[in-house]
Design a protein around this ligand. Structure first.
Ligand SMILES: Nc1ncnc2c1ncn2[C@@H]1O[C@H](COP(=O)(O)OP(=O)(O)OP(=O)(O)O)[C@@H](O)[C@H]1O
Ligand SMILES: [Cu+]
Length: 673
């Protein structure tokens, strides 16, 4: 576990600096921070004699402490600072150039190399005066800036580490003879039994086999109230156990555990670069060339205006330092890191950043009915039989056949028939009629359980009044056909999710339309739509037509999200601008979706929308902070206000650069869900 954590940390860190090529950040974060800190203090110490030795400073103080060979001592001390304090920047620039990707490190390196080489040459005979003291203060400030900046960056991005920290490392294993021993999580295997004491962190994903309690899963799913847990309920590793003691049978540990998968997903999402991010990366790259050009131009212009080479060079160095596209490179990655983790903690797993960021533009949200707007838990309410059929016989045949199906309707029928104490037969054959039902052979009888649509298609006659009456009450009706003769209809009721109503009201307030897409009958669909106040309904849609419907809506020029849970929703999820899978659904749905909702709560669609909006707002804000700073600071550094006496020294430039980065980091931290 410990090792695992360590690598997480590294990878995560690199991720945040994608495109920024902060090569000097490539190692362990806290180690780097320590390194900058040490280099800062040592350089600061060496800067003091440099200041004292500098003729310019002595001049300024009105003293004369010159002695023979003092310039050589100054040169020696400055050389030390240049190599020791400047090393992270020189090395960083070397890495950037090796990757043919010059950026901020190259700019800084260029600036200090120019300052150092020029000053050294003056010591050895070149006419002009050195500015070693400025080189030294520049390096000191730069080290300080990067040190502070790394700390704030870490603050903004370590939300993922917070998730990783939730991972438990030890468990109390109950051995076969009933003895309890404390073991590392990685020693556990599926089927092991562990004890979770009150107030402890649940160590693994598993099923409760003894005891009852409540679990606080808020850090994992965002569920704010503790969840009641009893025998046969599942627990999630990382949740906090309440007042009861639990015996849990281990299902998943390590990489396979829920928390581990969330962490992986968050990491992947943070790595997947969105358009906004690419934009700022490209801008940062351009800024390198702009800075270089501005630097050279500054030098030329001041020389042409008759200023000394000294003065002109100093201006050029300041320009290059200030133009360092530091803040710009961090502006959006920091927000991304923050929002992805924030989302994960509330049970919104973002798998595709680009779609997530585009979600702010959504105009329409399409919901699948069964399992999304409703709970997908059917119960039989009415059975209407045709002449000559016995209820128990029909239910036996229906239950036996449905035993082979995964459909929520099937599960409802099987469960209710079982409750009546009827025993099933294994069907001899079985075949599903996609989106219409299924057929097979049970006890030598040909049995079909099908939708009203199928019955109409086959022109089989049935009692329309009963059917209309049941379906207008929102009940889903299926028909049982035995040996090509209609045996009867079974009506099933599903519950509408309370949260669905809230979701649709909230979406309406945001001027987003809600629509429903279902394979179920039109009457049932209408009933559900009326209950929820939906804007539009598409019923009796066959699975392959679901995607077509989404495309149709898109063609009208609407930004559309699709929310669903089933295998048959997957193509629609893939085609929508934003595919949202409801967590308890199938793996296929989750894999095609852009966002997964862990809590099965349609209201989380609204959360996605608002988080997407606030994330985007933060990004734009940060980009403005970062570029705005450059727009103001560059001309200042070039010396545009020199005529009225305002000139920035390279060190002040370095301070401003760090300040803008710190602002951007702090701003990202203030992102709220
Ligand atoms: N296993 C099954 N048993 C009985 N009827 C079924 C079964 N599978 C499908 N059907 C019939 O086919 C219809 C369409 O099924 P489909 O799975 O496409 O959509 P759905 O689950 O009803 O709704 P939604 O699209 O909202 O999830 C059902 O309403 C039902 O009438
Ligand atoms: Cu920088």
């Amino acid at each position: 576990m410990q090792d695992h954590k360590h690598t997480d940390h590294d990878e995560h860190h690199d991720t945040n600096h994608d495109g920024h090529d902060h090569s000097h950040h490539g190692h362990d974060h806290s180690h780097m921070i320590e390194d900058f800190k040490k280099r800062f203090f040592v350089s600061l110490l060496v800067t003091i004699p440099i200041l004292i030795l500098s003729p310019m400073i002595q001049n300024f103080l009105g003293v004369n402490w010159r002695f023979t060979g003092d310039m050589y001592l100054l040169f020696a001390l400055s050389t030390f600072i240049f190599f020791y304090g400047g090393k992270p920047f020189l090395k960083g620039s070397f890495d950037e150039l090796k990757q043919k990707n010059p950026g901020m490190m190259t700019l800084i390196a260029l600036a200090i190399v120019v300052a150092y080489v020029y000053s050294s040459l003056t010591v050895f005979g070149l006419p002009g005066s050195n500015f070693f003291w400025e080189l030294a203060t520049l390096i000191v400030i730069m080290l300080l800036g990067h040190w502070i900046e790394m700390r704030s960056v870490m603050g903004a991005s370590n939300a993922l580490e917070e998730l990783v920290e939730l991972m438990p490392s030890e468990a109390h294993r109950i051995d076969e003879n009933g003895e309890i021993s404390d073991v590392q999580i990685k020693e556990l295997t599926e089927g092991d039994q562990v004890l979770v004491k009150p107030g402890e962190k649940v160590p693994v994903d598993g099923i409760i086999i003894k005891g009852q309690s409540t679990n606080d899963e808020s850090m994992l799913t965002g569920e704010s109230v503790p969840v009641e847990k009893e025998i046969d309920d599942e627990v999630i590793g990382g949740a906090i156990n309440g007042e009861g003691s639990l015996t849990v049978s281990v299902m998943k540990t390590g990489e396979e555990s829920y928390l581990s998968q969330v962490v992986t997903m968050v990491k992947e999402a943070q790595e997947s670069k969105s358009k906004t991010q690419n934009l700022s990366n490209r801008a940062a790259k351009w800024l390198f060339y702009i800075a270089l050009a501005a630097g050279i131009m500054t030098l030329t212009v001041w020389l042409m205006l008759g200023e000394s080479f000294n003065y002109a060079l100093e201006r050029m160095v300041t320009v290059m330092i200030i133009a360092c596209p530091h803040a710009l490179g961090l502006a959006s990655p920091l927000v991304v890191a923050r929002s992805t983790t924030l989302a994960a903690k509330r049970g919104l797993l973002i798998r595709n950043r680009t779609s997530f960021e585009e979600a702010r533009k959504l105009q329409t949200v399409v919901f699948d009915k069964t399992g999304t707007l409703t709970e997908g838990k059917f119960g039989i309410t009415n059975i209407h039989l045709e002449e000559g059929f016995e209820e128990d016989d029909v239910l036996m045949l229906a239950g036996s056949l449905e035993g082979e199906s995964e459909h929520p309707i099937a599960q409802g029928i099987v469960e209710d028939v079982k409750k009546r104490g009827i025993t099933f037969e294994r069907p001899e054959t079985f075949e599903s009629l996609t989106g219409q039902g299924l057929q097979g052979k049970v006890k030598d009888k040909g049995v079909k359980i099908v939708s009203p649509g199928y019955v109409d298609e086959q022109q089989i006659s049935y009692n329309r009044d009963t059917f209309e009456q049941l379906s207008s009450q929102g009940k889903t009706v299926v028909f049982v056909i035995v040996d090509d003769k209609l045996a009867g209809m079974i009506a099933l009721a599903d519950k509408i999710r309370e949260s669905a109503k809230q979701a649709i009201t909230d979406l309406d307030n945001l001027s987003v339309q809600s629509m429903m897409l279902t394979g179920d009958n039109k009457k049932v669909a209408k009933w559900v739509a009326d209950q929820l106040g939906l804007d539009d309904v598409f019923a009796e849609v066959l699975p392959h037509e679901k995607a077509d419907k989404i495309i149709e809506i898109k063609e009208k020029g609407l930004e559309v999200a699709m929310t669903g849970d089933g295998v048959n929703d997957a193509p629609a999820l893939a085609n929508a601008d934003l595919g949202i899978a409801i967590g308890a659904g199938t793996d296929v749905a989750m894999e095609t979706a852009d966002v997964v909702l862990v809590k099965n709560n349609p209201n989380d669609v609204v959360s996605i929308l608002s988080l997407s909006k606030s994330t985007y707002r933060k990004m734009i804000q940060n980009l403005w902070w970062a570029t705005g700073y450059n727009i103001v600071a560059l001309p200042l550094a070039a010396g545009i206000l020199a005529p009225i006496g305002i000139v920035l020294s390279p060190a002040v430039g370095a301070m401003l650069m760090s300040l803008s980065t710190v602002i951007v980091a702090i701003n990202a931290r203030f992102l709220k869900a």
